[in-house]
Design a binder for this molecule. Structure first.
Ligand SMILES: [Fe+2]
Ligand SMILES: [Fe+2]
Length: 210
C-alpha cells in the first residue's frame, strides 16, 4: 500500500466512524440558521424527529455509497465530483443530526448496519465501472429527492426549521443527480430501479421506528 492510498484509507475510515457516531461537522452553515422554532404539538414534534431520523439514515447511507464509489471510480474527474458531493452529503448528515437533537429525537440504532450495507452496495456499483456507478448514484439521488419532497408535504406547515433543512438537502440532491448524469451515467434498467425503491421503502419504514 502506498502512503497516498494508506492516507486515503485512514481518512475514509475516520469519515465512516464519524458518520455512524453522528458527530460529523458541517462545512456549510445550517440552513435553519436564524429561523425561529415553531410551536409544535408533541405528536408533530415526534413525527418530525422520526422523519429526520429517516433522512439521517439516508445520509449515513449516502456517506457509505459515495465512499465506496469514490474508492472505485476510475476517472479522476468522476472521483473528484463524487468527493465533492460526498462533502455536501456530510453537511446533510450534520444538519439532520442537529435537527433530530433539537426535536428531542435520536438517530437510528441500526446506523452501523445501514452503513455497512451501503458501503457494500457502493463498492459493488463501483466495480461495474464508472457508467454504472454513476447510474446507480443518479437513481439514488432521484429517489432521495422524491422522498424529501414527500416529507415536505408531510411535515407541519409551520415547522420552518425542519423544512429549511429538508429543502436545502433536496436542492443538493437534485444537483448531485444532474452531476452524475452529466458525467455520463447510464440509465438503470427498470427492474433495478424497482428493486432500489423496494429496498428504500423497507429501510425508511424501519428507520422511522428504530
Ligand atoms: Fe444528502
Ligand atoms: Fe446527494
Amino acid at each position: 500500500m502506498t502512503p497516498d492510498v494508506l492516507e486515503r484509507a485512514i481518512l475514509e475510515f475516520d469519515r465512516a466512524l464519524r458518520a455512524v457516531a453522528g458527530v460529523h461537522q458541517a462545512d456549510r452553515p445550517n440552513p435553519a440558521g436564524g429561523i425561529p422554532e415553531a410551536e409544535l404539538g408533541p405528536q408533530e414534534r415526534e413525527h418530525a424527529a422520526a422523519l429526520m431520523r429517516v433522512n439521517h439514515v439516508g445520509e449515513v447511507c449516502a456517506q457509505a455509497l459515495y465512499q465506496g464509489q469514490a474508492l472505485t471510480a476510475r476517472n479522476p474527474r468522476t472521483r473528484e465530483s463524487l468527493e465533492r458531493a460526498a462533502r455536501e452529503e456530510g453537511d446533510h448528515l450534520a444538519w439532520s443530526m442537529d435537527r433530530i437533537r433539537e426535536l428531542g429525537g435520536r438517530p437510528s440504532l441500526l446506523n452501523p448496519l445501514w452503513y455497512a450495507g451501503s458501503l457494500a452496495l457502493g463498492l459493488g456499483a463501483g466495480l461495474l465501472g464508472d457508467r454504472w456507478n454513476l447510474a446507480f448514484l443518479a437513481e439514488t439521488e432521484r429517489q432521495v429527492e422524491q422522498h424529501l419532497t414527500g416529507h415536505l408535504g408531510d411535515l407541519a406547515p409551520d415547522d420552518a426549521r425542519t423544512r429549511a433543512v429538508v429543502e436545502a438537502m433536496r436542492d443538493d440532491e437534485a444537483r448531485h443527480r444532474e452531476t452524475a448524469v452529466s458525467l455520463g451515467a447510464a440509465e438503470l434498467p427498470r427492474p433495478a430501479k424497482r428493486a432500489m425503491r423496494a429496498m428504500a421503502k423497507l429501510m425508511t419504514s424501519v428507520a422511522y421506528r428504530v
